[in-house]
Design a protein around this ligand. Structure first.
Ligand code: AHR
Length: 514
């Protein structure tokens, strides 16, 4: 009997191995038509912990090289990855922020309590002009989130006038007095943040009515057409999206936002950023890949009211949220960033690319020292995280044309659960260069992938890979180069395309140039 069971088990495992499909990707270059908006590669900087103060913005007379107190090394690093837009000042902070406290003579600016984030005193030394100076240095589009929760229609309306009116008006005069005669021409404008929660605990119906009031008085001035973004749903709240689409005329909003965070364990105990085993690795990836379902379902709701996809889905907060680093202020959300986070960033960006007919903008939370950061700082030191390098590898997708990929993947199995081992996206730029970004989330097995690509013989193939011995590997101030891109030589031409061997737990970017 025992022998019989062993044989059955063997037969089953062989059958399972054969039942696993091979990894196969069809790269449909001839179907490329949808542009991937560069704004999918946007970022988010809140007055939270050490993102602005102790991150972007240094102390007066700091010895850290800076321009008007904005850190040079950070600006240089972010310019390299072409950050297309930067969302500010929050987050939850946005619905408590009063913009007029952050303009004029710094020594006269009133202080406030940052009640959401550690209860620290905010001295308002980084305000509207400093933010727009930062955007100018970065060469990035500002995306300002206005205060709907505790502000007023008048306050938001005046902020827009202050920023954008090129004529004689009280707000334009004030801007000139504060040293900026030209209008700033800020286009992207969020009308509140998480108004179902920290932004006022509103119902969807109530928010939709408020949105219309606030949006009405946020005016277009001159040739600056505002791209107004309604505060959208929390994760799986499809009713919120449905209510906004039903109640708000489509021409009153450029986009609706969506917030979703990858949580390795639970909201109460999220899990460590760097000390975790395979069960937690798996659950984090599973949580991340839910983005596919979310984007699909919110888009389906939007399609019902907007089949022409005039209103964008703006995922303006996403990323992994873990426990804070031991010994740091729990209100500052400072977490390390491992190879796992690179796989999460890459998988999420692949999902956004593949849904770029509806997802026109997204913002990783948050740029420096907060949540899934691109950059960590410690006084004068700074390091680039594995997530930073993913944005570097993916930057060729910005404003390129999406190539639909049809992906058949083996499974990554843990216990009774499984996920597709590989995911990817592709694009072609105006010079005909194809970029394919592929992820293998399986931490133990490399994956051989057959890619069907037309005319491959005429293309030069090169690539880069991000991987490391352990999925917990991360960069530290002492060892900043543990996880970083390396040249990739795992792609070989075949008769019909390419055979690519993706290392275990890796992100690979392939360039196919003419
Ligand atoms: O990104 C941190 C916080 O997460 C933001 O302030 C808020 O919008 C979200 O809940």
């Amino acid at each position: 009997m025992k022998q019989f069971l062993v044989v059955v088990a063997l037969v089953c495992s062989v059958a399972f191995a054969y039942a696993q499909p091979s990894n196969h990707i069809v790269v449909s270059t001839s179907l490329a038509k949808q542009q991937i908006s560069k704004h999918i590669y946007g970022h988010f900087s809140e007055h939270l912990g050490r993102c602005i103060y102790g991150g972007f913005f240094v102390e007066e007379n700091s010895t850290v090289p800076n321009t008007r107190r904005i850190r040079t090394d950070i600006v240089d690093a972010l310019k390299k990855i072409n950050i297309p837009n930067l969302r500010w000042p929050g987050g939850c902070f946005a619905d408590e922020y009063h913009w007029s406290d952050g303009i004029g003579d710094r020594s006269q600016r009133p202080k406030m309590i940052n009640t959401h984030w550690g209860g620290v005193v905010e001295d308002n030394s980084f305000g509207t002009h400093e933010f727009l100076d930062l955007c100018g240095l970065l060469g990035t589009e500002p995306y300002i989130c206005g205060n709907l929760g505790s502000g007023s229609v008048e306050e938001m309306s005046k902020w827009v006038e202050y920023l954008n009116f090129d004529g004689v008006s009280p707000m334009a005069e004030l801007r000139k007095k504060n040293g900026h005669p030209e209008p700033f021409k800020v286009k992207y404008w969020g009308v509140g943040n998480e108004n179902w929660g920290c932004g006022g605990n509103m119902t969807a119906e109530f928010y939709a009515d408020q949105y219309k009031r606030y949006a009405t008085y946020a005016r277009n001035y001159g040739d600056t057409r505002l791209m107004k973004i309604a505060g959208g749903a929390n994760s799986f709240d499809y009713n919120w999206t449905e209510t906004l689409m039903r109640k708000v005329p489509l021409n009153m909003m450029w986009g609706i936002s969506l917030h979703y965070y990858t949580i390795p364990k639970t909201w109460d105990s999220k899990g460590s950023a760097t000390a975790f085993g395979e069960a937690e690795y798996f659950s984090a990836l599973k949580s991340c890949l839910k983005m596919e379902e979310l984007v699909t379902k919110h888009s389906t709701v939007m399609d019902r009211y907007d089949p022409d996809k005039r209103v964008a889905l703006v995922v303006d907060e996403w990323g992994i949220w873990t426990d804070v680093e031991p010994g740091t202020n729990p209100g500052f959300l400072y977490q390390q960033n491992s190879l796992r986070d690179a796989l999460i960033a890459a998988s999420t960006l692949n999902i956004f690319n593949n849904h770029s007919d509806r997802v026109k903008m997204a913002n990783l939370a948050q740029t420096i020292n907060v949540l899934q950061a691109l950059i960590l700082t410690n006084k004068e030191k700074m390091l680039l995280t594995p997530t930073y390098y993913v944005f570097d590898l993916f930057k060729a997708h910005q404003d390129a044309t999406l190539i639909p990929l049809s992906i058949q993947s083996k499974d990554y199995v843990v216990g009774a659960e499984k996920l597709p081992a590989i995911n990817g996206s592709g694009s072609i730029d105006k010079n005909g260069t194809i970029t394919l970004t592929l992820v293998n989330i399986d931490p133990a097995n490399s994956q051989e992938v057959a890619l069907d690509v037309a005319d491959v013989q005429s293309l030069r193939v090169s690539g880069q890979v991000i991987t490391a011995p352990k999925y917990t590997d991360h960069n530290t101030f002492e060892k900043p180069g543990v996880v970083k891109p390396q040249p990739f030589d795992g792609a070989k031409k075949s008769k019909t395309g390419l055979t690519v061997t993706l290392p275990a737990k890796s992100v690979v970017a392939l360039t196919l140039a003419r």
